[in-house]
Design a protein around this ligand. Structure first.
Ligand code: SF4
Length: 124
């Protein structure tokens, strides 16, 4: 069924508002894009929407109780809540190095969760 909806392209800071006509995952028309990457964005968004995710996990024995983490690649949008629930269950042990894998192959999506910063062990 043919549908028209508005989407905001997040590919660059311009953030164009696109008026998209599509039939399921088939893009029929895109209006309002500032460049041709707008159509690519719409196609990706309809077929396999993904976002980078930043969150925190608990850390034991570190200089802070929470360690900021991020996804190594954009994560499937429909599973982000599930991912955040999974991250809430994790507690890792300090020390941790920036870029270290905190959770490998999160939810079997082939994307790792990485430490955004060093977390030294608390001393004294
Ligand atoms: S359509 Fe092009 S100019 Fe507009 S936000 Fe997307 S990438 Fe940027």
């Amino acid at each position: 069924m043919e549908t028209t909806e508005k989407m905001i392209c997040i590919t660059c800071p311009k953030g164009c508002t696109l008026e998209v006509t599509h039939d399921g995952q088939t893009v029929l028309k895109v209006e309002g894009s500032g460049c041709k990457r707008g159509k690519d964005y719409v196609e990706r968004e309809l077929k396999d929407p993904r976002r980078m995710v930043a969150s925190t996990v608990r850390v034991r024995g570190g200089t802070h109780p929470l360690l900021p983490v991020y996804t190594s690649a954009p994560f499937p949008k429909p599973r982000i809540q599930e991912l955040l629930a999974e991250l809430r269950k994790i507690e890792i042990k300090a020390p941790v190095k920036m870029g270290e894998v905190v959770l490998a192959d999160a939810l079997g999506e082939g994307i790792d969760i990485l430490a955004s910063r060093d977390m030294p062990r608390m001393t004294g």
